[in-house]
Design a protein around this ligand. Structure first.
Ligand SMILES: *Cc1c(COP(=O)(O)O)cnc(C)c1O
Length: 396
């Protein structure tokens, strides 16, 4: 009975990455040997020193509601982290801890967007940005980028996309899905454009900050003095600390935006999980070097998957500088018929790979860029080798 449901929910599309994972699970349950390279999830265990902090917290009796915006000790750990890693000075009223970076982003959207406000999203963007913006009655304004420019938006493109209705700019760096990283100079060029448009708030999603392969150092928009007052820095522990299921993300923001997120969260979910919050204090206060072993491993896998993909005709890859995805341009296959199936677009291609190669990937359409597919290399080397060899076979 769809008329019992709101227009809001009827027009919302399910998360394409979660949907692909569900489809892969279904095929697996029916006996197919599917290799899943669709989900953005580290295949590592949460490090022991973080698990021990959680066990300690349980034994210490942390079981009550937490402050809505997070334990003070956690907010202080986040403040220390922002200063240490990003050279951004935040104070307690500027920090809000949420149930994952996803909730943090949703809070910010709800707090800042009015009906009809435009939000600039350089494509490809993280899968949920556009739907979170739409849920908040905003209008996503997609800015096309290309593999030639390493999937990054230029200052000229930003300038051209701005209208009197532009309210926000959202991007992730390192980028999910492309792995691209905006250098400090590139961010400065975008900031220079924004100086002419003081109404625009920037959301800088830095959740892959530590998964950086050392070519372009991480840079934060809020570290520029003239951007500090209108930038929301989003981060979390899911990716770098292999803690996706613990569900802790956070923002550093201008105090009035943080206050608004706190107010919203207080009516919707209250504070994030108490045990996970205690564990994240340890995760953030320890040196990020302690999780470097995972980054080193991802770096080996990146090399492997790029070598293998570049050996297949029709796959054109950029070299991702961070995160754990490759985002090959597959337009060479469009219009072709493979094993009796016609490939018209990236969605057809991802579906073809699922059905013919038993490999789950994600169509670029989910990220606002229909020329590519996203392949996660957060998987074992054996799985990567087997998956790419199956793909090579299927597209011959
Ligand atoms: C995974 C991811 C998130 C969501 O992180 P959670 O803390 O798991 O909610 C947000 N942004 C990007 C770019 C991501 O890849």
């Amino acid at each position: 009975m769809s008329n019992q449901l709101s227009e809001r929910i009827n027009s919302l599309v399910p998360s394409a990455t979660l949907e692909m994972a569900a489809k892969a699970r279904e095929l697996r349950a029916s006996g197919k040997d599917i290799i899943g390279l669709s989900l953005g999830e580290p295949d590592f265990n949460t490090p022991d020193y973080i698990k021990e902090a959680a066990i300690q917290a349980i034994n210490d009796g942390y079981n009550s509601y937490t402050p809505v915006d997070g334990y003070v000790e956690l907010k202080d750990a986040i403040i220390t982290k922002f200063k240490r890693d990003n050279n951004i000075a935040y104070e307690r009223p500027q920090i809000v801890v949420s149930t994952g970076a996803k909730q943090a982003l949703y809070n910010v959207a709800q707090a800042c967007i009015n009906k009809g406000d435009e939000v600039i999203l350089p494509c490809p963007y993280w899968v949920s940005y556009s739907d979170i913006v739409k849920l908040s009655d905003g209008i996503p304004v997609e800015v096309e980028t290309s593999i030639e420019n390493d999937f990054k938006m230029t200052a000229e493109q930003l300038e051209a996309a701005i209208t009197p209705k532009t309210k926000m700019l959202w991007y992730s760096s390192p980028c999910n899905p492309s792995g691209s990283i905006y250098s400090k100079e590139e961010l400065r060029a975008l900031a220079d454009v924004l100086q002419k448009h003081p109404q625009i708030v920037v959301v800088s999603d830095e959740i892959y900050e530590h998964i950086n392969y050392g070519v372009t150092p991480h840079a934060s928009m809020a570290a520029f003095e003239d951007m500090y007052d209108r930038t929301v820095t989003v981060n979390g522990v899911a990716k770098a600390f292999a803690m996706t299921g613990w569900r802790i993300g956070y923002i550093g923001a201008p105090a009035h935006i943080a206050r608004a997120c706190n107010k919203l969260q207080g009516q919707v979910t209250s504070g994030a999980n108490c045990i996970a919050q205690r564990a994240v204090i340890t995760a953030l206060l320890e040196s990020p070097n302690r999780v470097q072993y995972m980054v080193d491993e991802f770096k080996n896998r990146r090399k492997l998957i790029l070598e293998l993909l570049n050996g297949i005709d029709g796959f054109k890859c950029n070299e991702p500088e961070g995160a754990f995805y490759v985002y090959p341009d597959v337009t060479a296959f469009f219009g072709k018929t493979l094993n009796g199936k016609t490939i018209n677009n990236a969605s057809d291609f991802a579906m073809y790979l699922l059905e013919e190669a038993n490999v789950a990937t994600v169509t670029g359409d989910a990220f606002g860029n229909g020329n590519s597919i996203r392949i996660s290399y957060a998987a074992s080397e054996d799985d990567i080798k087997e998956a790419i060899s199956r793909i090579a076979q299927a597209v011959k």
